[in-house]
Design a protein around this ligand. Sequence first.
Ligand SMILES: N[C@@H](CCC(=O)N[C@@H](CS)C(=O)NCC(=O)O)C(=O)O
Length: 207
Amino acid sequence: MILYTDATTPFGRKCIVAALERDIPLAERFIKLSEPGVFLEINPLNQIPALFVETGKCYFDSDVILEFLDTLHDNQPLIPQNAKFESKTAIHLANCIIESTLLRTMELRRPKAEQSKSFVSHLEARVTRGIKSMENNRREKIGDFLSGEEITTAVALSYVDFRFFQDWRKTAPTLEKWYAEISSRKSMRITVPTREKPVLGRRGMES
Ligand SMILES: N[C@@H](CCC(=O)N[C@@H](CS)C(=O)NCC(=O)O)C(=O)O
């Protein structure tokens, strides 16, 4: 299986962390979306991540990929069936924090005269409210197997740090402690957005 991704995409990182946490062999291939070439046959939307499976099937959208990964292992599922809707809602919250941070970055890369301050403020307020909700709901201890919710939450906070601001910690002490612990896991450490090359090589082993 090959995951088409790049170093900075948090949606791709979710999938790699999940594969590492469940010991699923997955090779990574970095792709430049500005020069997609045959990648458009894998994902006509020209978005990453996208997963190519040896059966010839291609799956895209990181949540679809997480659900597919769950069909490949016998450990604790990434999406627990007994709390599926809670889990998917929490994943959606983290996804929206990622998406709002991404849109904010793209808006601020436009020429100054074309940027919308009100759009940027709207996105920032959504990120702030989302993190507050994460803080209010973060109770459980980190177990041996990270869930899809934990992975997406941690990746979202890391992306906010990477692209936006770090002072969310001032108002989210529980989340700060939780995030510090989860960030020290190997799967999170080796997939930081500042890495220069894929961590998973051709056979899905660390390269
Ligand atoms: N819902 C998708 C979102 C994927 C996404 O937005 N990926 C970004 C990179 S982080 C992308 O490919 N952006 C290029 C574009 O949308 O043109 C997922 O969860 O995989």
